[in-house]
Design a protein around this ligand. Structure first.
Ligand SMILES: Nc1ncnc2c1ncn2[C@@H]1O[C@H](COP(=O)(O)OP(=O)(O)O)[C@@H](O)[C@H]1O
Ligand SMILES: [Mg+2]
Length: 248
């Protein structure tokens, strides 16, 4: 059984930091873990302290040109599976797969359908899958993020932030993405003041998790360090430790 955790929310709200910490903390459980960077403006690899060289998007582009001249003796699904497996970057206790750019102008429906099945088959071999999504919600309609046990939707402690989080949740429900539980994560905040609290509870989230402001993160992003360098006293790290024990 694979436990899939996804992180969503508007831009700059802390998605990649949360995803990277989930990966870091879960990887110490000594189980197979796949991190998926589904943001085309990717930087999850840096936050995890590895360097990813290629992406599923780049492979898709390449395949769309060479699909008719594949090596003999290997089926198309086998060949694509091999290519995707080669694109996986090995980290300390986790594997990383970068999705890269989504479909270009042409429609490679055949390749895309194959890719979806292949990615599902690859993900199934892991105990945990952690998906860092791109900002906004339009990507949810591509339905690449499916069958998620917990979707963490991040917000800042503002009215617009919470309203966006509620919209993302509604869209994910409408798209029938198969999300088990929606958790509202309010970043850079100790909790929500009165009226915002009401707005959030109206959204019907399973729970609310606050993450306080964390000065140690400035150092991390300035120097391009990985989240593994956050000290044990880091408030962000402590908040995610709590989430790991509550939701996995
Ligand atoms: N709780 C926090 N305290 C301080 N800085 C934070 C906090 N959460 C996120 N940041 C900083 O905000 C910036 C954006 O975070 P990031 O995780 O890249 O957002 P996203 O992936 O949603 O675009 C980063 O520089 C990160 O270090
Ligand atoms: Mg990000």
């Amino acid at each position: 059984m694979t436990t899939t955790l996804a992180v969503a929310g508007k831009g700059g709200v802390g998605k990649s930091t949360l995803a990277a910490l989930l990966v870091h903390l879960l990887s110490s459980k000594k189980k197979l873990l796949l991190a998926v960077d589904a943001d085309p403006n990717t930087n999850l690899d840096e936050k995890l302290g590895v360097k990813a060289d290629t992406s599923v998007g780049a492979i898709r582009e390449d395949l769309s040109k060479t699909m008719d001249s594949l090596p003999a003796g290997i089926s198309k699904p086998e060949f694509i599976t091999l290519r995707i497996q080669q694109a996986i970057t090995e980290g300390d206790g986790f594997d990383l797969l970068v999705m890269g750019r989504q479909e270009g102008p042409g429609c490679y429906c055949y390749v895309n359908n194959l890719l979806r099945t292949i990615l599902d088959n690859i993900a199934r071999k892991y105990a945990f899958v952690v998906i860092d999504n791109e900002a906004g919600m339009e990507h949810l309609s591509r339905r690449t993020t499916r069958n998620v046990d917990v979707m963490f939707i991040l917000s800042d402690p503002t009215r617009t932030g919470i309203m966006t989080a509620v919209r993302i949740k509604k869209l994910a429900e409408e798209m029938k993405l198969g999300v088990g539980k929606f958790v509202l994560v309010v970043n850079r905040s100790g909790g929500l003041p009165g009226s915002l609290g009401e707005l959030a509870s109206g959204g019907g989230f399973a729970s609310l998790e606050p993450i306080p402001e964390d000065e140690a993160l400035c150092q991390i992003s300035e120097k391009g360090l990985s989240v593994a360098d956050l000290p044990p006293s880091s408030p962000f790290r402590k908040a995610v430790e709590r989430m790991v024990s509550s939701y996995t």
